[in-house]
Design a protein around this ligand. Structure first.
Ligand SMILES: O=C(O)CCc1cccc(O)c1
Length: 486
């Protein structure tokens, strides 16, 4: 009788949306997962409210995107307003199907997302969840890590042998500290009041994010999902959250028609712009808020974290199963670091646009808007909701015209017809590396594992995507990022 080799679990630390998604992605690749969280139950706090359609590729591969769409709402875009609420600039997002087949921007209530992720984990074999357990030590060995864990209620300690450890344990990450990583500031911290609201009747507001660029009283207002709204305002020096309750808050909400809304939660929050200086020690890696903190002004906090684990899960699976060498894990920080820094800097720039004040207010705003328009990666984000491409490296070959255009970006999740059935290209790409090539009018060929399949390019989106980049083919990684094109 042959026995399967026993692979120790991948320990995922932190069962928030990033850790939970990581656990699902790893389990769907056949790895056993131990998901630890210091809290006995999900937090229930509505922190993140927005995801872009690129981040939904991670939820799709985790098997929960349909459930996410059922609890979220398409968002119309981002409007920059002046102090008198006149529109300075507007960046629209398509509420219908964007290039990935979903709304370009979706708003949601975080506890809804956490609930559906937890339900998916409960029905996925191979994931063990341990709440109320805290990690206190990590010892690297050859191809494994010993994780020391304490049960918070009893103080009982135990050692777990892990094949890898993913620190998705948030802003105050223990894992980050244990691997000797430090956060590096990309901007100054800023104190804001964050208010979650509910209304009995829907408010007649534009269904997008309003950013009030007023150095004296910078503010953000947005419909979330259902009857929920969020208002945020920068706290002035010497002001705290308690100063902005009652009539003072009612006055701030009035321009949005939300003066009668129920205040569900009002809390001070310090917005930070930080990225870790180290993403890995051996087989221990950090992701999500453990690796970066962003001001919320372009709604990228959670999206960055979901992309981290989407781009990491297949690499961890390849290394742990011996299909790739340990150095594959070096690409995690090399790819995610510049991407995170670019988006954190963009968010900080929008923050300056909202709060830059004094005599320099007008030039600050003009300079920032010019910067957004001039830097291609920023312009692509502002106008088309495309995040910056991954930098060239061992898994991103940006040589040649086609490589420069496509490598490091996501293949569109286009509609295709395969074997008489309509589906999305991701369903044909499978879970490994694939090649997508033009194959005559209205047709593309997908090669996976040496097998070539011709599919109908239903809307011509893939043919057009290749043609516009001057490409005949694109090599697509398991995380749907283009590795090379030519
Ligand atoms: O750029 C986008 O599409 C998202 C804008 C956004 C979303 C959520 C909060 C926020 O302050 C901005």
């Amino acid at each position: 009788m042959s026995s399967q080799p026993v692979v120790p679990p991948v320990v995922v630390v932190g069962a928030g949306p990033v850790g939970a998604t990581a656990a699902l992605l790893l389990a769907r690749r056949g790895l056993p997962v131990l998901l630890l969280d210091r809290r006995p139950h999900p937090s229930g706090l509505p922190r993140a409210v927005h995801l872009d359609d690129e981040a939904l590729r991670a939820l799709a591969d985790a098997g929960v995107v349909e459930e996410f769409l059922a609890v979220s709402r398409p968002m119309a875009g981002l409007r920059l307003l002046d102090a008198r609420h006149r529109t300075l600039a507007e960046f629209r997002r398509t509420g219908g199907a964007g290039r990935h087949g979903w709304p370009q921007a979706s708003m949601f209530h975080q506890p809804d997302l956490e609930r559906l992720l937890r339900a998916a984990i409960d029905r996925t074999p191979g994931i063990e969840v341990c709440g109320g357990e805290e990690i206190v030590g990590l010892a690297d060995a050859d191809r494994s890590v010993t994780v020391t864990v304490v049960e918070r209620a009893t103080g009982r300690r135990r050692d777990v042998v892990a094949s890898a450890v993913l620190g998705c344990d948030g802003a105050n990450s223990t894992v980050r500290g244990l691997i000797g990583a430090r956060m590096r500031d990309l901007g100054r911290p800023d104190r804001w009041l964050v208010v979650d609201l509910r209304t009995r009747v829907p408010l007649p507001v534009w269904p997008g994010v309003h950013q009030v660029c007023d150095p004296d009283r910078a503010a953000t207002f947005m419909p979330v999902s259902g009857d929920r709204y969020r208002f945020e305002t920068r706290l002035r020096t010497g002001e705290d959250a308690a100063d902005l309750t009652g009539p003072a808050l009612t006055e701030l909400l009035a321009p949005f028609g939300a003066q009668d809304a129920e205040v569900v939660r009002a809390a001070e929050y310090v917005h930070r712009a930080q990225v870790t200086d180290r993403w890995r020690r051996g087989r221990v890696l950090v992701a999500g808020d453990a690796a970066h903190l962003t001001p919320p002004f372009v709604g990228q906090g959670l999206a960055l974290g979901l992309r981290d684990v989407h781009q990491l899960a297949w690499k961890v699976a390849a290394v742990v199963t011996g299909a790739a060498g340990e150095d594959l894990l070096d690409t995690h920080g090399a790819e995610r670091g510049p991407h995170a820094r670019a988006l954190v800097r963009l968010a900080a720039l929008v923050g300056r646009l909202m709060t830059g004040g004094g005599a320099g207010a007008v030039p600050v705003r003009r300079a920032a808007l010019t910067a957004v328009a001039r830097v291609p990666a920023l312009a692509a984000y502002a106008t088309e909701s495309r995040t910056p491409p991954l930098r060239p490296g061992p898994l991103v070959d940006r040589r040649g015209r086609a490589g420069r255009r496509l490598a490091g970006t996501l293949v569109p999740r286009a509609r295709v017809r395969a074997g008489g059935q309509e589906c999305r290209i991701d369903d044909v790409l499978g879970s490994g590396t694939a090649v997508v090539a033009s194959a005559g009018p209205g047709c593309v060929a997908v090669t996976t594992g040496g097998r070539r399949t011709e599919v109908e390019d239903v809307d011509g989106a893939l043919t057009c995507w290749l043609r516009e980049a001057g490409a005949r083919f694109a090599v697509v990684r398991p995380d749907r990022v283009v590795r090379a094109a030519g």
